[in-house]
Design a protein around this ligand. Structure first.
Ligand SMILES: [Zn+2]
Length: 346
């Protein structure tokens, strides 16, 4: 029992600390809020200040544990396996399985994960790992990623940065340009492409001579998405293409989708379509011996390599007033990324 003369002073100190804690709580990361719990809760004799601290107690007792984790690897067979291996011991299988899809989503305007990756390509990921009150561990957010592809000179960076007023996760490249560009790199979501789980080489189904496009093997009925905003200029049957859609984009480029089982509701010549919207479904109409999407990029009526036709498009820059902050965050993220142990490196 402490002398009565000391108690009012310690209450005042505790109350002040509590006010400071409450004042800063909204500005703290979850993990820092959590860190208050052992400090504040375990302190004896707090009863007089409980009314001040109770909001923190409630938050802390239901709190989720968050930390950051850097992983990395070298692709030997495919991205899915590489991420699965690099996350072993630090993430449960369910969380590891999501990583390839999440990474593909982040880079979906830059990299066609089913086409552009090769053995020896390296990746680094910085992620926020979250443990729920029930013990389940998930990947809450990917804070940064770096892909070093053998077919591009410099690594492609994706730095998570939320500009003022934005309400969803945005990723920017090294120069602060949004990875979200005018065109998706693939007309079928990476998670839907069946060859990811198969052999190293992409199986080619039912092709005819002088093939000018890219084929995506996927289950019949898989949604096909418009790679960019545009207007449907053809939707119908066309020879070996089977059910085919042509979309003209603002820059005059045309994207072509063939062998479809059918078209989405409302898709007809003249329809406006938005990037990412479903225009039809994978099938095997026309000259195809198995379900797949045939995809082409055409400029002035001539088929072009989609990788070259689409790769130079970059998105919006970070507002000038936030660029210095972005570069500081980027340096921190890169420093953390580089700590990742490369699982498959020799
Ligand atoms: Zn084809």
């Amino acid at each position: 029992m402490k002398p009565a003369t000391v108690r009012p002073i310690s209450y005042a100190v505790v109350a002040t600390l509590a006010l400071v804690a409450i004042w800063f709580t909204p500005q703290l990361e979850k993990k820092q809020v959590f860190a208050l719990e052992p400090v504040v809760v375990s302190r004896p004799g707090l009863e007089p200040a409980d009314f001040l601290l109770s909001p923190i107690f409630v938050e802390a007792s239901n709190q989720e544990l968050v930390d950051t984790l850097a992983i990395g690897g070298v692709i030997t067979s495919n991205l899915y396996n590489a991420l699965n291996e690099s996350g072993q011991g630090v993430l449960p299988p369910s969380a590891r399985h999501q990583l390839a899809w999440s990474l593909a989503d982040i880079f979906e305007y830059k990299v066609d994960m089913s086409r552009d990756l090769h053995g020896g390509d390296k990746f680094h990921l910085l992620l926020e790992r979250l443990q729920k009150p029930n013990g389940a561990i998930i990947v809450n957010k990917i804070l940064g990623a770096k892909l070093a592809l053998s077919n591009s000179q410099s690594p492609i960076e994706a730095i998570n940065f939320d500009t003022k007023g934005s309400n969803s996760a945005h990723y920017y490249d090294a120069s602060g340009m949004s990875l979200r560009a005018a065109f998706l790199r693939a007309p079928v979501a990476f998670r839907r492409i069946s060859s990811v789980f198969g052999a190293r080489k992409h199986p080619i189904f039912g092709e005819w001579r002088n093939h000018t496009g890219t084929d995506y093997a996927a289950a019949e009925g898989t949604p096909v998405r418009a790679i960019g905003d545009g207007v449907v200029i053809f939707a119908g049957k066309k020879g070996g293409y089977g059910n085919m859609i042509d979309i003209r984009h603002r820059n005059g480029m045309v994207s072509r989708y063939g062998h479809m089982r059918g078209f989405a509701a409302g898709i007809r010549p003249g329809s406006q379509v938005a990037m990412g919207s479903t225009i039809g479904y994978v099938g095997m109409t026309g000259w195809a011996t198995g379900p797949h999407l045939h995809f082409e990029i055409r400029v002035d009526g001539v088929a072009k390599n989609p990788r070259l036709a689409l790769e130079s498009r970059s998105g919006e820059p970070i507002p000038a007033g936030e660029r210095a902050l972005f570069q500081r965050m980027r340096q921190q993220t890169l420093a953390s990324l580089n700590q990742a142990h490369l699982v498959n490196a020799e």
